[in-house]
Design a protein around this ligand. Structure first.
Ligand SMILES: Cc1cc2nc3c(=O)[nH]c(=O)nc-3n(C[C@H](O)[C@H](O)[C@H](O)COP(=O)(O)OP(=O)(O)OC[C@H]3O[C@@H](n4cnc5c(N)ncnc54)[C@H](O)[C@@H]3O)c2cc1C
Length: 458
């Protein structure tokens, strides 16, 4: 039996970060089942044909370069009393310290027809290859359930592949967890004008078909059923794919292998303290596999993002090296691209802030990404959400025709430092015709000032 000082279960962004940071210090192993770790974020662009699938494969050397051993297997169960793992292959290995970084899987609801051919989630290499297979067989229709960033990116990719694409969401607007309604309208219109059929306010309650998906049924009684008008995509055997139904409604950790242990878990994953320790001595967890809190509300919150996973893994690595550090929680800075627009959000949306009972004001700014006299200047809109009465920033959103991620990170940094809109009004910034707003027209300052004035008027 092999013995390791440290074993990490999972080779995603969290597992890779741990291997890079701790490989030299510990006799350690990383266990993951896949042939390749993948850059999941880039998967929609593989579907669209912008990059080849192989470009999303991460090199195993990322795990092994600092001395960690990579074991391609999966953990079947944990013997917590003897500090041993049983692997699917039958192999048994022992650990002194264990880190669970097994991520999360797409949620596929238990509704009728869910096992029909053509119903998938979107995370693995197999999911990607199923989509290629359906494309090869000439599938004409796609229903994407969930209009979050993954659903919206995938909808653009399938629409660009000449597949009749339907994007369904229970909410009235796309990206409703990232951007509030008034900023998204123009972008939603662009989705529709590009041919994507957006179906708001509907919940999928059943898959239509007979062994093979032909459509979906909604709670309202409405349905999308392609079986009659889509004879062209029936394959030789007469039962090829009429449509593909892809669920992008969120992810949830699959932690069957901890059944029978005393590791505590909540609805969203393994419960850890700010040092990433579980309730069991010498067992830690991080990444999508854990349940943690929002840094803003201080209550359990969803934060299944690669950025959060990496940050948790870095903090855990520091703690295991003896540098005590606490993870403060999720801010969930995210960004996406919708046709000609780049957009992003951080912290709480206005809708979420109100749901949590915050009294808020929202400040708006609008400018151009360069001096407006410069060729190529594009529009940019910023919204900042601040708490009443003190003006602490608790959220922000940006929509532009140029990348916004760096500006979103500036707002996250402001929130991490508990800044108020009043502080952002005093932002010291740079300015140059090709690279920024007018010296007197910084859009962040504008939005902060608008929120600050609204606070004063209350
Ligand atoms: C299509 C898509 C696009 C995304 N885009 C973005 C984005 O733009 N920005 C962003 O921040 N995030 C994005 N995400 C989310 C991001 O990919 C995840 O948050 C991140 O991968 C979580 O990292 P992790 O290491 O915790 O888990 P994962 O990456 O899920 O890795 C978990 C690992 O554990 C392994 N494992 C599971 N069970 C076992 C077991 N029993 N034994 C051994 N190994 C096991 C898995 O096989 C896998 O290797 C996207 C996700 C998807 C699917």
């Amino acid at each position: 039996m092999d013995n390791f000082e440290l074993i990490v279960i999972g080779g995603g962004p969290a597992g890779i970060t741990l291997a890079k940071k701790l490989g030299e210090k510990f006799n350690m192993a990383v266990i993951r089942p896949e042939k390749h770790s993948m850059i999941y974020c880039a998967m929609p662009y593989v579907v669209e044909g912008i990059i080849p699938e192989e470009k999303t494969f991460k090199k195993d050397a990322l795990i092994t370069q600092n001395g960690a051993e990579l074991i391609k297997d999966s953990v079947a169960n944990i013997n917590e009393k003897e500090s041993k793992l049983q692997l699917k292959s039958g192999r048994i290995i022992s650990y002194k310290k264990l880190i669970i970084a097994t991520g999360a899987e797409p949620i596929i609801p238990e509704i009728s027809g869910i096992n029909f051919e053509g119903v998938i989630g979107f995370k693995t290499q197999e999911d990607l290859e199923k989509i290629f297979d359906f494309k090869k067989k000439g599938v004409k229709n796609a229903v994407i359930v969930g209009a979050g960033a993954i659903g919206v990116e995938l909808a653009q990719a399938l629409n660009a592949s000449n597949i009749n694409t339907y994007l369904v969401d229970m909410e009235q607007t796309i990206l409703s967890n990232m951007i509030d309604g008034e900023l998204i309208n123009e972008i939603q219109a662009e989705i529709i004008s590009n041919g994507i059929h957006f179906i708001p306010g509907e919940k999928v309650v059943a898959i239509k078909g007979n062994g093979v998906a032909t459509g979906v049924e909604f709670e309202s009684g409405n349905k999308l059923d392609f079986k009659t008008d889509d004879i062209n995509c029936v394959d030789d055997a007469g039962k090829g794919p009429t449509c593909i139904v892809i669920f992008a409604i969120g992810v949830s950790p699959v932690l069957n292998f901890i059944d029978g242990t005393s590791i505590e878990r909540g609805k969203n994953g393994i419960i850890v303290d700010p040092f990433m320790k579980t309730n069991v001595e010498n067992i830690f967890a991080c990444g999508d596999a854990v349940e943690f809190k929002s840094a803003i509300t201080d209550t359990p919150y969803s934060g299944k993002l690669a950025t959060n996973a990496v940050q948790m893994a870095r903090i855990l690595s520091d703690n295991l090296k003896g540098n005590k550090k606490e993870y403060r929680g999720f801010y969930n800075g995210t960004a996406t691209k919708v046709y000609s627009h780049f957009l992003g959000g951080t912290g709480l949306t206005e809708k979420a802030a109100k749901k949590f009972g915050f009294k808020i004001v929202s400040g708006y700014g609008e400018a151009t990404t360069m001096f407006p006299i410069m060729p190529g200047a594009k529009k940019i809109k910023v919204k900042i959400i601040a708490k009443v009465p003190d003006g602490t920033i608790i959220g922000g959103q940006i929509v532009s025709e140029e990348p916004v991620a760096a500006k979103i990170d500036l707002l996250t940094l402001a929130m991490q430092n508990k800044m108020k809109v009043e502080d952002l009004v005093d932002l010291a910034y740079s300015s140059q015709p090709y690279q920024s707003f007018f010296p007197a027209g910084n859009v962040m300052v504008m939005a902060a000032e608008d929120a600050f004035n609204k606070l004063k008027d209350l």
